[in-house]
Design a protein around this ligand. Structure first.
Ligand SMILES: NC(=O)c1ccc[n+]([C@@H]2O[C@H](COP(=O)([O-])OP(=O)(O)OC[C@H]3O[C@@H](n4cnc5c(N)ncnc54)[C@H](OP(=O)(O)O)[C@@H]3O)[C@@H](O)[C@H]2O)c1
Length: 239
């Protein structure tokens, strides 16, 4: 039987849009009280102004004290989801050390510190869900730093699942989803990229934030699911 999110507290780290927003609203709609935390608390307050059951808070995953302080404010928490990400895209010659470091800091060390400070505040039936991504499963020139970050996130989820048991820990690996994460490419390049992915992946389209949120809710509420990565990527690594 699946666990229920009714009257549970769910922390979602990230921004007020994209996948974080879809997870926040899906968890709230499933009966949870959700704390949406990120670097931009005012932005989160605005994003969720009209959404009952969602409170905004502050956390910077590159700052351990900020994570510790969030834990102190929360007191206890049932489920933790980290969607935070800082990508270091580009070919080897273009990679900047600080950007690669920031990628790991945000998506690997940050979630590790979240687990360190929040797991002691969770019950045995709690869960932690972190984010990987398709770049780790479908290697390509130009996305090496994204791939190695996501690969580390996959191993982090398995390692945490072992050490924090019976708290469950899983990773979600989305394929390409139009969340705004690709806007830096400009409309034309972004659209051409989405068309290229859609023409070759088995799903024949890019994903939606809601489809990824469905996977997060499954991870949060499946009592026998731990130490794994759910690949919700339209089958892109097969191509
Ligand atoms: N969209 C896709 O196609 C795709 C594909 C594969 C994997 N993913 C993964 O899925 C997750 C969600 O993706 P998304 O596209 O919805 O969002 P996203 O564009 O990756 O946004 C992640 C957000 O994390 C926040 N963040 C960055 N550094 C932070 C820090 N130090 N502390 C706290 N928050 C921080 C930022 O929000 P603020 O600027 O407001 O701080 C940023 O907008 C990410 O982990 C992403 O890598 C996405």
């Amino acid at each position: 039987m699946s666990g229920s999110l009714k009257d549970r507290t769910v922390l979602v780290v990230g921004r007020g849009s994209g996948i974080a927003r879809a997870v926040t609203l899906a968890a709230r709609d499933a009966g949870a009280s959700v704390v949406a935390a990120g670097r931009n608390r005012a932005g989160l307050e605005t994003a969720y102004r009209d959404e009952p059951g969602v409170a905004a808070d502050t956390v910077d995953l590159t700052d351990e004290r900020s994570i510790e302080q969030l834990g102190e404010r929360l007191g206890t928490v049932d489920h933790v989801v980290s969607t935070a990400s800082a990508r270091a895209r580009g070919r080897l010659a273009e990679l900047d050390r600080d950007e690669v470091r920031s990628s790991f800091d945000t998506k690997v060390i940050g979630p590790l510190m979240l687990a360190k400070h929040l797991a002691p505040r969770m019950g045995d039936d709690g869960s932690i869900t972190i984010f990987s991504g398709v770049a780790a499963a479908k290697l390509a020139v130009g996305t090496m730093a994204v791939a190695i970050t996501n690969g580390a996130a996959d191993v982090l989820a398995r390692s945490l699942a072992l050490e924090l048991a019976p708290i469950r820990v899983n990773a979600i690996s989305p394929g390409v989803v139009d969340t705004g994460a690709w806007d830096e490419f400009g409309d034309q390049t972004k659209s051409a990229y989405f068309d290229m992915i859609s023409s070759r992946n088995p799903a024949r389209r890019i994903g939606t934030a809601t489809e990824i949120a469905d996977g997060v809710l499954f991870a949060m509420t499946s009592p026998f699911l731990t130490g794994t990565t759910l690949h919700i990527d339209g089958g892109e690594p097969l191509t």
